[in-house]
Every structure is written in C-alpha cells, then in structure tokens.
Design a protein around this ligand. Structure first.
Ligand code: SF4
Ligand code: SF4
Length: 366
C-alpha cells in the first residue's frame, strides 16, 4: 500500500494502546521484570518501559517459540489419534475452518501486537521469513508471522554495540514494521507502512480519530546515519578466507554457551525431538545453536566443526556471506545483543569491522 503519515499526541498514543488492549488484543511491549527489560504482555500502556534502548531479548519467541509442539499423538487399542495444531486453520486465508483451534499445541493464530519494538527487532521478521519459505513452507512460522503486528519506535541514541546502519538498516528504518513512530510534535509522528498497520488504526472509530493525517513532508526526515565500516568488504573477506587461522585464534575464548544465538533475533536453528510413551506423546521443536559442540556431531563420531573457531566462523559465514548470496540481505539486524550478552566479551561489531578493514588493507589472512 502507499505509505500514510500521521501525528498523534502522547495522550492519544496511550489511549490507542489501551483501546487495542480493551479490544482483546494481546499487546506485547518492553516491560520491566526484576530490573531487566523483556518483551512481555502488558495490561495497560503504563506497564510499558519505552525509555530503554532494547529489551534484553528480542521478540523472536513469538515467531519461533523456544519449544513448539508440532503434533501430539495418543494410542488406544487400535485407534491412533493425531492432533495437529494447524489442522483447523486454512493457512492461505487464515480462516479457522471449524471455528475452534485444535486441541493441542499453542494457539498459533493468536493475534499479537508488538508495541515499542526497535527498528532492528522489527527487521528480523522478514529476514527470518525468507529462511522459513525458500524451499519448505513452514506454516507454523507463517501463521504466527501473519498474526503479528509490529509498531516500532525509532531510536535516537544507538549504543556502541549497535551496527544496524552497517547492515543496511538504520535506527529509523521502517523495514519489517507495520507502523513506525518517531518522537516529535506533541508526542509522535507515525508512518503507516502496511495494511496491517492501517487495520490497527481503523480498528474502531475512536482509534482512527486519535490520528491526524499529515503530508509526507511533515514527517521528520531521517538523520544522516553513517556506516562506520563497509560490510561488503567483510563479506568479501569471508568469501576468500575460509581456511584462515584468524578464526581459530580469535575465538579461543569462546566457551560455546550459545547465548549469542539464543539472544539473536535472526538466529533460527532448531532441533526436533519426540517425547512420550507408547500410549501418548508429542513431537516438538526446540531452539538449537550452531555454537554447541554437538550441533554437527555425526553418529559416526565425526564432527566437521571441531573447534569454537570453526563454529563461530560458521556463524559469520551464514550471517554475512551465505544468506546474502541467496537473499541479498544480511542475516543480522545489528542489534548488538550477541555482543552485549556474551560472557566472554566477544563483540560482533568489532569483529565484522576488523574483517572489513583487513579486506580493505589487503592484509593477507594467516
Ligand atoms: S555468547 Fe560468546 S562465549 Fe557464548 S557461544 Fe557466543 S561467542 Fe561464544
Ligand atoms: S548477530 Fe548479533 S547483532 Fe546481529 S542480529 Fe543477531 S544478536 Fe543482533
């Protein structure tokens, strides 16, 4: 759709969010929990903590839960019952054919509104969507994504770990958002990017009356964010230096805890397990991590990625080379969480910048 622009006062944005909650929507926002901030359900606008840069974790778990039931089974005599969480849902139209959700798994058609996400987190959805649709269509992901509405607020003060601009986004990017808010005027300016965004604004007459339409030129222009290094050069270095000793030395301190992948909004590896007995059980998928030593361990005992250097190189290759070659984007939104949360202070921005510099100076890889 053609983008639309509005302004809305601070008082009215509060009314808007509270109306969405009263309309029985599940609204998720950054929320304080024991001194840290996480995306969580709010029952009132005032529950949201909109002053922090980024919640500790992204909202990935609303698209790809840590544990997700793919089906359940039960056996009684000669009867075998299978319950598929998708069975009553027409995945093309989103209609619930029977009018009720399957009696197993989560309610994957739950409409959720993320309010106050940052542009980096919003950008992760369409990046993951490519992975979940390039060959097999993952209807669990698609169903959740279709029902997720994203209202982001632009950043004004990224920190030293952030590098969204370097990965071709920016603190004011609207990529992946349905509505992007920027602070200003009597509260906020709003850019509505998608039909889903319009649906929220027009969800009732009171909501639409809270927004005053303005022309595009009244919407604040983006600042001139400058990338501090050229990520294409990082990619080029990775392309040529798979066997470089750089990776082995650089990641000697990595303890393989997987925190970088679990906190990452775009890491999406999972493992499938069957849990149960001869009578009943379920098939689930759980988050997994390429940083774990057993991630690539074969049943023969052979492991193609023996060291943490091999494993972190894989993470770099996937994010900054392989994904880009396939989808012309990076598998990283530059949120900096992997660096902020790493117990060994391994800093991805520093590393990608270093590789870029080595490529620029034609420093031979050792
Ligand atoms: S969070 Fe740090 S120590 Fe843990 S696996 Fe990732 S890079 Fe290694
Ligand atoms: S790799 Fe690190 S900086 Fe990039 S999206 Fe994941 S957590 Fe954020």
């Amino acid at each position: 759709m053609e983008e639309k622009y509005y302004e809305i006062s601070s008082e009215n944005i509060k009314k808007f969010v509270n109306n969405l909650i009263e309309q029985h929507n599940e609204v998720i926002a950054p929320k304080d929990k024991d001194g840290d901030t996480f995306y969580d359900k709010i029952n009132n606008f005032d529950d949201a903590d909109l002053n922090i840069l980024l919640p500790k974790l992204s909202f990935k778990e609303y698209l790809l839960p840590k544990t997700e039931t793919l089906f359940e089974y039960s056996i009684s005599g000669s009867n075998i019952n299978i319950c598929d969480p998708l069975e009553n849902i027409d995945v093309n139209t989103n209609a619930n054919n029977s009018g009720k959700a399957a009696d197993c798994g989560d309610n994957i058609s739950q409409k959720r509104i993320i309010f106050g996400s940052r542009p980096c987190d919003a950008g992760a959805g369409p990046i993951m969507e490519k992975v979940f649709n390039w060959d097999y269509k993952d209807e669990f992901f698609n169903e959740r994504f279709k029902n997720l509405y994203i209202i982001s607020i632009a950043c004004d003060k990224p920190d030293n770990y952030c590098f969204c601009t370097e990965v071709q986004l920016s603190p004011e990017s609207s990529f992946g958002s349905d509505i992007l808010l920027k602070k200003g005027g009597s509260g906020y300016y709003a850019k509505v990017i998608t039909e889903k965004g319009m649906e929220l604004i027009n969800s009732n007459s009171e909501n639409s009356s809270l927004f005053k339409e303005i022309s595009k030129d009244k919407f604040p222009a983006d600042k001139d964010w400058k990338a501090t290094f050229d990520i294409k050069k990082t990619q080029s270095f990775l392309d040529k230096n798979f066997t470089s000793n750089y990776f082995q030395e650089k990641f000697l301190s990595c303890i393989g805890c997987g925190v970088c992948t679990y906190t990452c909004p775009t890491c999406h590896c999972f493992d499938i397990q069957d849990e149960g007995t001869n009578e009943k059980g379920k098939r689930i998928r759980n988050w997994d991590s390429c940083q774990f030593g057993i991630f690539t361990l074969h049943t023969s005992g052979h492991n193609p990625r023996v060291t943490q250097g091999d494993r972190y190189r894989q993470r770099l290759m996937h994010k900054f080379k392989i994904y880009n070659e396939k989808f012309n984007k990076y598998l990283c939104v530059g949120c900096g969480r992997c660096s902020r949360n790493c117990p060994e202070d391994i800093d991805l921005k520093e590393i990608t910048a270093e590789l870029s510099l080595m490529e620029s100076s034609n420093k031979p890889a050792e």
